[in-house]
Ligand binder design. Structure first.
Ligand SMILES: Cc1cc2nc3c(=O)[nH]c(=O)nc-3n(C[C@H](O)[C@H](O)[C@H](O)COP(=O)(O)OP(=O)(O)OC[C@H]3O[C@@H](n4cnc5c(N)ncnc54)[C@H](O)[C@@H]3O)c2cc1C
Length: 580
């Protein structure tokens, strides 16, 4: 998997002053690059809000510029030239210097600083634009192109290659794994999963088989000790849980509309109220489920979607369980991204091109052309593995059918952010707790012990999800982390003292342009009844996979692999028989 190399180099002409470390007098791009230019980026957030503090504005402008680079798969090291405009420039203060150096990280493009009296709006104090040189790779002719190197795309590519066809995988990010992402800020192999974490070794047979094939070590979820749950009506919760289980078990995951279409006329909240009456405690339990499983409130999701989602994982009880057969029984000692990395390594060398967002797919009778920002491919079949809400990022010629487009517009992600709090020891176990907390008061909905004792990695996963998560997201990261630690201290640590965390991290998938939310897109009421058949339907020679298209363990890693296998088979059948 060759990752793109920097293609801009600096020249320091003899007899000009030393411009290090900030810029170079001359910057040259490698031959065969494509020029990308950005508009001037200012320090305004997505809602147009502008911080009053100039340094914050400058950092925000660079963060916005980073998003522009990511949208074409470019890196800071691809910038040839930067121009920045500063209002009321004061050379004795140079507020921009530190954020600029942090942004460039040692890269030295040619730069020009332009002092200006004002910018487009009176509150703007800083603006930066970039000229980028994106290296281009020779075009490729293959049987199949897979868009996306998450688990579903990698699995599809594996199947296609196993059948003897040539296949390229084109990935927008600079890594494989999609929503599996294991981070090791300690550099000591103490990974935490900011994306997917849990599997099991029984009914999640696809993912477990692969984990075994790859020889990855698993850890059983710690359930020794008490679970904490703030007071809520237990009886109404049990009644609702049993009723939800009964209804979801009655659904047919391969044809949920057959006897469940009436459930699509209402939200899950409507359904809960129809079953339990005005019981707020029952709704509070239902909220924990939809938040923890989809990052959504019960009002946002169709009752049919939620109950069918549960059924796809064997039922609400099985999905919520941390015990054997449950959705949260095992973790991977070194993180789940190792599954994607292992699968990528099973592909033929040079199959995957990273940092190459696909932006256009042109389908003609003779062939399909897939245009990524780094390369154009000509192929016979395409497998799209990106989540439905991201179809809008790719222009399809001819356009996707109306029902598929509508589905991609209406299906939406919830808000799920796992804030990973590391400690030097699993102190909660000393208080007789297993680390599991379900909160009815917030701001964290659920916590779980995510330690790997053998590696000395001790952590709590704090699920900031649904409306409470969205509220936390409006805070600065420091404020959010403080609120999470306070929640943990007040709840799990109420019996005694709690040590300070030794590290905290998160990834807000909602703002990541190659996920735009997580864990799985879900349908609001009245979408499945109209559009469910469009979910897995191919468009000419373009096929669609991704965890949300799975029948079993929809939304989970196991489902992603199953969907990839299905897409691979579809393409192999369409191309004829394997040609090994
Ligand atoms: C916080 C969180 C917690 C989770 N917890 C669990 C759990 O405990 N257990 C579990 O089983 N599952 C869990 N999941 C869900 C699991 O991660 C997903 O079901 C699975 O990884 C989805 O795989 P996928 O291939 O369908 O999609 P993705 O992983 O989203 O892969 C799609 C790929 O396409 C790429 N892409 C997007 N657009 C383009 C483009 N235009 N051009 C090229 N490439 C593009 C993306 O970068 C990505 O790599 C969790 C997810 C998250 C984020």
């Amino acid at each position: 998997m060759p990752s793109p190399r920097p293609n801009v180099f600096a020249i320091d002409p003899h007899n000009l002053f030393d411009s290090r470390p900030t810029f170079s007098h001359v910057a040259v791009s490698a031959p065969g690059s494509r020029v990308v230019m950005t508009a001037g980026q200012v320090g305004a957030d997505v809602n147009g809000k502008v911080p009053g503090n100039v340094e914050e504005q400058i950092r925000l402008a660079f963060a916005n510029l980073t998003r522009c680079l990511e949208s074409v798969g470019a890196h800071v090291t691809d910038i040839v030239k930067l121009v920045y405009y500063i209002v009321d420039y004061d050379h004795t203060k140079r507020n921009h210097a530190k954020p600029l150096l942090d942004f460039l990280g040692g890269h030295r493009p040619a730069t020009t600083l332009v002092p200006v009296p004002k910018l487009a709006r009176p509150e703007f104090l800083f603006e930066v634009e970039a000229y980028v040189s994106l290296p281009q790779l020779p075009s490729q002719d293959v049987d199949v192109v897979v868009i996306g190197a998450g688990l579903s795309g990698l699995k599809a590519a594996y199947e296609v290659q196993q059948a003897g066809y040539s296949c390229a995988v084109v990935e927008a990010r600079d890594r494989v794994g999609g929503k599996t992402w294991s981070s090791d800020r300690t550099d000591k192999g103490k990974f935490v999963d900011v994306g997917a974490a849990w599997i099991n070794d029984t009914n999640q047979s696809e993912v477990f088989r692969l984990v075994q094939e790859l020889g990855l070590e698993t850890v059983v979820q710690n359930t020794t000790g008490n679970k904490l749950s703030e007071a809520n009506g237990v009886e109404s919760m049990l009644f609702l849980r049993n009723k939800a289980e009964e209804v979801c078990q009655s659904l047919d995951i391969r044809d949920p509309l057959r006897n469940g279409s009436h459930l699509d006329n209402m939200s899950f909240e409507d359904w809960v109220r129809s079953v339990t009456g005005p019981s707020e405690s029952a709704l509070a339990s239902a909220s924990i489920w939809t938040r923890a499983m989809l990052g959504m409130e019960p009002r946002e999701v169709s009752a049919l979607f939620f109950l069918n989602y549960c059924k796809s994982g064997g039922g609400l009880l099985q999905m919520r369980s941390d015990q054997k057969n449950g959705g949260q029984y095992l973790r991977l000692a070194k993180g789940t991204q190792k599954i994607a990395i292992g699968l990528a390594n099973l592909l033929r060398p040079d199959t995957i091109t990273l940092s190459s967002p696909v932006r256009v797919v042109e389908q003609a009778a003779s062939a399909i052309q897939v245009h990524s920002t780094r390369r154009t491919y000509t192929c016979k079949r395409v497998i799209v593995s990106v989540p439905t809400p991201l179809y809008k990022e790719i222009t399809f010629h001819p356009a996707l059918p109306a029902d598929k487009l509508e589905l991609s517009r209406l299906n939406r992600h919830g808000y799920t952010n796992k804030v990973m709090v590391r400690y030097s020891s699993p102190w909660w176990r000393g208080y007789g707790l297993c680390g599991m907390l379900q909160s009815f008061a917030g701001p964290v909905t659920v916590t779980r012990d995510s330690s790997v004792d053998e590696l000395g990695q001790f952590s709590l996963t704090c699920f900031c999800v649904g409306d409470w998560g969205r509220q936390l997201s409006k805070l600065s990261q420091a404020e959010r982390f403080a609120a999470v630690v306070e929640h943990v201290t007040k709840t799990l640590g109420s019996a005694g003292s709690v040590p300070q965390p030794i590290g905290i991290e998160e990834h807000e998938w909602q703002w990541d342009q190659w996920s735009q939310g997580c864990p799985c897109p879900a349908a609001p009421p009245r979408v499945m009844t109209r559009l469910e058949p469009a979910l897995r339907a191919s468009h000419g020679k373009i096929h669609f996979v991704g965890t949300e298209t799975a029948y079993e363990w929809k939304g989970y890693m196991d489902g992603a692999l199953r969907s990839g296998a299905r897409g691979g088979r579809e393409v192999i059948d369409a191309l004829g028989h394997g040609k090994l």
